[in-house]
Design a protein around this ligand. Structure first.
Ligand code: PLP
Length: 387
């Protein structure tokens, strides 16, 4: 079989490979603690599920406009405007089945073969995969621990040139949990203006932030950036809705129309009843989001303290998302070896930092979307193995 070149580079996300291996061990009778998967361990909030079920029962099971229903786009625009202190119109919103299509379709709409696209490394693997499907040239910029895993601004400076079409940023970050401070966003914005580049800002974890922060700062809010920024956001993480598949992009109106055309031909529309569930998520009680974030903060503290008590491991305290990215270079093995060793000997499933790119060598990624009891159990098992 001869396949098209544009998919030759695609590979599965590391989390799925580790999950499959962990499940084999479970089938053989081993008990495994799962800290590899990046999804909330809470059920979708009840008011949201009820709204979705009411919508199905009420016959809201049809196609909608490809960009989403008017009422939902209005609600997203109002919520996004209030959270970022900007003025976003409904016409700028494109609803999608999950956040991911709002990485892929804007990239397809903007990047020509041969254009360069800057993206974070370590970073969410979908960025590099989608840049390459679009025929673009992926240009990684390191996220470094010394800089709290923000963006390496000197490296950004060296990599920007006339061919740079887009810069992808992700704050709070998967896999590091790091937040890009406003002063760094200013410099990224300056580089984008100078080279007339777009910015795709993945803000899917923007509400999962700690230490008294409320919302991570957005590059969209900086002066003149609305005209060259795409915000990707969604419901998967904030409202524990991964399987509903519901997300959105916010972008200049003309680009929204183009992305809407790609939606038309590629997916038709997002499910109508899912959009009703999303409307309830945005307009219903937000206290549940705050309660869940407060719970994640306790878990973050527990996992960071636990990891720092282990020999050969040091872990920063990230301010967002539900991941930690401990440095394990002191163990004298590669990240892949350490991840395998901990899975096989301690029964704790986690990811090698290299699942997120070469610059992840020397690190692991652990998701703390799991109970405090399981986190403490996992640390105890790792302590036994690491000695
Ligand atoms: N962006 C980042 C950084 C993520 O971690 C994820 C999911 O893991 C997504 C985007 C995709 O979100 P969705 O499940 O809504 O497509």
């Amino acid at each position: 079989m001869v396949y098209a070149d544009r998919t030759a580079h695609l590979k599965a996300e590391g989390a799925y490979a580790v999950l499959a291996k962990a499940q084999l061990l479970e089938a053989a009778g081993r008990e495994i603690i799962h800290l590899e998967i990046g999804q909330p361990d809470f059920d979708t909030f009840d008011n949201i599920s009820q709204a979705g079920m009411r919508a199905i029962a009420g016959g809201k099971t049809n196609y909608t406009p490809p960009e989403g229903t008017r009422a939902f786009r209005l609600a997203i625009a109002a919520d996004a405007s209030a959270r970022r202190g900007v003025d976003i119109r409904a016409e700028q919103v494109v609803v999608s089945p999950g956040g991911k299509p709002n990485i892929f379709f804007p990239t397809l709409a903007l990047v020509n073969p041969g254009d360069e696209v800057i993206y974070p490394n370590p970073g969410f693997p979908t960025y590099e995969a989608m840049i390459e499907v679009a025929g673009g040239i992926p240009v990684p910029v390191p996220l470094v621990e010394e800089n709290d895993f923000s963006f390496d601004l000197d490296a950004l400076d060296r990599r920007m040139n006339k061919k740079t079409k887009m810069i992808i940023i992700n704050s709070p970050s998967n896999p590091t949990g790091g937040i890009i401070p406003e002063s760094d966003l200013e410099q990224i914005a300056e580089a984008a203006r100078k080279y007339d580049a777009w910015v795709l800002s993945d803000e899917i974890y923007s509400r999962i932030v700690y230490d008294g922060l409320c919302d991570a700062p957005s590059i969209y809010a900086l002066s003149d950036m609305a005209e060259r920024t795409i915000i990707m956001d969604g419901f998967s993480k904030t409202y524990a809705m991964t399987g509903w598949r519901l997300g959105y992009g916010i972008m200049p109106e003309e680009l929204a129309q183009r992305v809407g055309l790609l939606m038309t031909h590629a997916v038709g529309s997002t499910a109508e009843f899912t959009q009703y569930a999303g409307l309830e998520a945005l307009t219903g009680d937000q206290g549940q989001v705050d309660a869940v974030v407060a719970e994640y903060e306790k878990r973050r503290n527990a996992i960071v303290d636990g990891l720092n008590s282990l020999p050969g491991i040091s872990c920063q305290k990230p301010q967002g998302a539900f991941y930690v990215f401990p440095n394990v270079s002191g163990l004298g093995k590669s990240s892949d070896e350490v991840a395998n060793w901990i899975l096989e000997d301690a029964g704790v499933a986690l990811l090698s930092g290299t699942s997120f790119g070469k610059m992840g060598e020397g690190y692991l990624r652990l998701s703390y979307a799991n109970s405090i009891e399981n986190i403490e159990l996992a640390i105890g098992k790792m302590a036994e193995v690491l000695g």
